[in-house]
Ligand binder design. Structure first.
Ligand SMILES: C[S@@+](CC[C@H](N)C(=O)[O-])C[C@H]1O[C@@H](n2cnc3c(N)ncnc32)[C@H](O)[C@@H]1O
Ligand code: SF4
Length: 456
């Protein structure tokens, strides 16, 4: 670390490595306000036109297994009926959106997240695809991505993915070690994962991402490194390496994970470093705080050319100015702010069928929010805020923020940020602490008593 010893790092981890947001948005979701969702949804839809590409996010909040580590918004179901009922509501929401707009916005990216969208039958994937094509202009360039739990994938799933025209699959691995898998209630073999990836590629899915986790119960560096080797052997185009977020006060099933089985903060940090180094040694580019991509992958290209973006799904190549949320709990974004759909699936379904607004919470951005959001996004993507670019974007309004950045760099005693004539930066060896640096620009951080997960 620039000028910093291991001892500095140790102090930083124990004193400051506490809880801060992951900054997939700014302000973060706990600051969204109840009640203004419908207003913000109107504003989002009012901002669209038929020439500017949009992104679409569909949330599928169902899984046929319940992993104890899971922090996602999902429900366990062994029956397909609730999924089918939910798909009916999604279809109605997509059709209502098309009727309301009266034109078909160009879809730049369509992402199915969850939960496990791979739980959908081929028939329902086909119906959703057809509905999306009626309400959006889906082109050859549209990226269609789907989150996959390999344990779901059957021939029917593969048919559905092919019909939907899926271009990218994101496959959950987490860890291949049997002891770790037992501690998180997620059995999944390397062979099964390899077969699913091969079958998806054969079905036309061009790009594959793998999710892996560090900081899991009973995970050691040796076990994690073995998993990373196995992940590399699967030759994914991208890898997301997340730190396990242990928030049992929000996700009750995480109480099944024993505190004494969790690696401490220093071990988590060493795990992240070792896994990241192995991926880089295998030829992957490190992207932002937790992604890795083959140098020829779009994400790596975006990172090299300053076009990397960060949204609710993490790092993305998505350049669209608006993100349209579909389904329970999904969050949309546009210049004016954020809007979140009703979280409870039953209430969401009732709202759709009664032709009421599906939106609940929202957030209207101020000019201050917009400038800070941009600075935090550039920090999380590039580890740098260029002063000239900030002035070019915000004009004279940028000046106080440049002064604030200089003051933050000046006050830093942890060697995790600095400033030069061109801008504010996080030194290369302090990149794991980017969330802590971003938090110093967060004007809302102390407004909410929400407890975030560990920053490292
Ligand atoms: C919606 S899930 C992925 C798809 C599928 N359901 C699966 O598990 O294979 C998205 C990803 O979020 C990550 N994730 C879930 N819970 C997490 C937690 N508590 N902390 C960090 N990452 C988590 C996992 O890596 C997971 O693959
Ligand atoms: S990790 Fe994936 S499969 Fe497991 S419960 Fe969460 S969303 Fe479902």
């Amino acid at each position: 670390m620039t000028g910093a010893s291991q001892r500095d790092l140790s102090i930083l981890l124990s004193q400051r490595g506490g809880a801060v947001p992951r900054y997939t948005s700014y302000p973060t979701a706990p600051h969204f306000e109840a009640g203004i969702g419908p207003q913000m949804q109107d504003a989002l839809f009012g901002s669209l036109d038929d020439a500017t590409p949009v992104s679409v996010y569909l949330h599928i909040p169902f899984c046929d297994r319940l992993c104890w580590f899971c922090g996602c918004n999902t429900k366990h179901t062994l029956k397909y009926e609730p999924v089918h009922t939910y798909v009916e509501a999604l279809l109605a929401e997509i059709a209502a959106l098309g009727d309301r707009l009266g034109f078909r916005p160009v879809a730049g990216q369509i992402h199915f997240g969850g939960g496990s969208p791979s739980i959908l039958s081929a028939e329902d994937m086909g119906r959703l695809g057809a509905a999306l094509r009626r309400s959006f202009h889906v082109t050859e360039q549209t990226e269609i991505s789907v989150e996959i739990d390999p344990s779901d994938v059957t021939d029917d799933t593969l048919r559905g993915l092919h019909e939907l025209g899926v271009t990218r699959a994101s496959v959950g691995v987490q860890d291949f070690d049997p002891l770790v898998q037992k501690a998180i209630n997620r059995p999944q073999s390397l062979e099964q994962t390899r077969d699913v990836i091969a079958a998806m590629r054969a079905a036309g899915v061009g790009s594959v991402n793998i999710d892996a986790l560090y900081g899991l119960p009973l995970q050691t560096r040796a076990r994690l490194m073995r998993t990373i080797e196995q992940v590399i052997s699967l030759q994914p185009d991208r890898i997301a390496l997340f730190g396990y977020a242990h928030v049992p006060w929000v996700k009750k099933h995480q109480k099944m994970i024993k505190d004494e089985h969790l690696p401490d903060m220093h071990e988590r940090f060493q795990q992240a470093l070792a896994a990241g180094a192995a991926l880089v040694a295998a030829g992957y580019d490190a992207i932002g705080i937790d992604h890795f991509a083959r140098p020829d992958d779009g994400l790596a290209v975006a990172a090299r050319t300053g076009h990397l973006r960060r949204n609710f799904q993490g790092y993305t190549t998505d350049q669209c100015r608006a993100l349209i949320p579909l389904g329970a709990s999904s969050i949309g974004a546009f210049d004016g702010g954020y809007v979140q759909n009703i979280v409870a699936t039953g209430q969401y379904q009732d709202a759709v069928h009664a032709a009421r607004s599906t939106a609940s919470k929202g957030y209207r951005m101020s000019e201050d929010d917009r400038i800070r959001a941009h600075m935090i996004e550039r920090l999380m993507c590039d580890f740098r805020i260029g002063f000239e670019a900030l002035e070019a974007r915000f004009g004279a309004a940028a000046e106080p923020y440049i002064n604030e950045a200089l003051a933050i760099a000046e006050a830093d005693e942890d060697y995790i940020c600095g400033a030069d004539i061109d801008g504010f930066f996080v030194p290369e060896d302090a990149r794991p602490f980017a969330r802590l640096v971003a938090a110093r620009f967060d004007a809302h951080l102390h407004e909410s008593d929400f407890r975030y997960s560990k920053a490292v």
